[in-house]
Design a protein around this ligand. Structure first.
Ligand SMILES: Cc1cc2nc3c(=O)[nH]c(=O)nc-3n(C[C@H](O)[C@H](O)[C@H](O)COP(=O)(O)O)c2cc1C
Length: 218
């Protein structure tokens, strides 16, 4: 067993694969799939997408200064891949994938109706990095699908079958391992369960349990 040392490369996975919609006034809207995307600030709410200048969408986003990030579900995975291999120079991707432009509230570019969450973004800064230029943008508004709202108006995003992208493949998110902070809560519960018990008593209890298990196995 050992380790191999590789040259620098992108190995930060899993990532979201999102559909970014954009539109030049008077033209049809376009969609580009982006995996080089991330949250960069909580307040103001900001995110970044990195796009190669040769992409058709690059010029649209640069010129209009806006775009919509649309989250991807299992049902949208096929369209996400398609929008990541076909160019808006040659195809109308909304039409090809039977997707519906969703009017935005704060910007003129539409979102994608079929997506559970659409983030309307305005570009704040463009950082040329090399192969990709990073658009750092402020999130002006969020549209959520009310299919995932319960009677108390609580949003259940994790019931929407979100998709992640890892090392060239799309995956549905798997089983939940716990909620935010569960590591601390677990310890507290553990403490509560053993409260008032002296360590040597606990050790004896554990030994007894192990003996019982062994007996049952044999
Ligand atoms: C899963 C996936 C992730 C991608 N991520 C990016 C990305 O982060 N940045 C980028 O410039 N292109 C990315 N691409 C490639 C573009 O989506 C692709 O070149 C697309 O056809 C560009 O569309 P456009 O020419 O209509 O803008 C990705 C493609 C796929 C399939």
């Amino acid at each position: 067993m050992g380790k191999q040392y590789w040259n620098p490369g992108n190995m930060l996975y899993p990532l979201p694969a999102v559909m970014v919609s954009c539109q030049r006034p008077g033209e049809k809207p376009n969609i580009i799939t982006v995996a080089w995307a991330g949250t960069v600030c909580s307040s103001p709410a900001m995110l970044s997408i990195s796009v190669r200048p040769e992409r058709h969408s690059y010029g649209i986003i640069k010129d209009t200064g806006e775009f919509v990030v649309n989250l991807v579900t299992g049902d949208l995975a096929y369209a996400t891949d398609y929008c990541g291999v076909k160019s808006g120079r040659d195809r109308d991707k909304f039409d090809d994938m039977k997707l519906t432009p969703l009017p935005s509230k704060y910007i003129q570019a539409p979102g994608i109706e079929e997506s559970p969450v659409c983030l309307e973004c305005r570009v704040k800064e463009i950082i040329p990095l090399g192969s990709h230029h990073m658009f750092v943008a402020e999130i002006l508004g969020v549209t959520v699908d009310d299919r995932y709202l319960d009677e108390k108006n609580k949003f259940h995003l994790n019931q929407s079958d979100l998709v992640a992208y890892s090392h060239g493949e799309y995956f549905r998110l798997g089983k939940s391992l716990g909620t935010f902070g569960y590591s601390v809560r677990k310890k507290t519960e553990e403490k509560g369960r053993n409260k008032g018990k002296r360590p040597e008593n606990k050790q004896r209890e554990n030994k007894e349990k192990r003996t019982q298990v062994k007996k049952r196995r044999s």
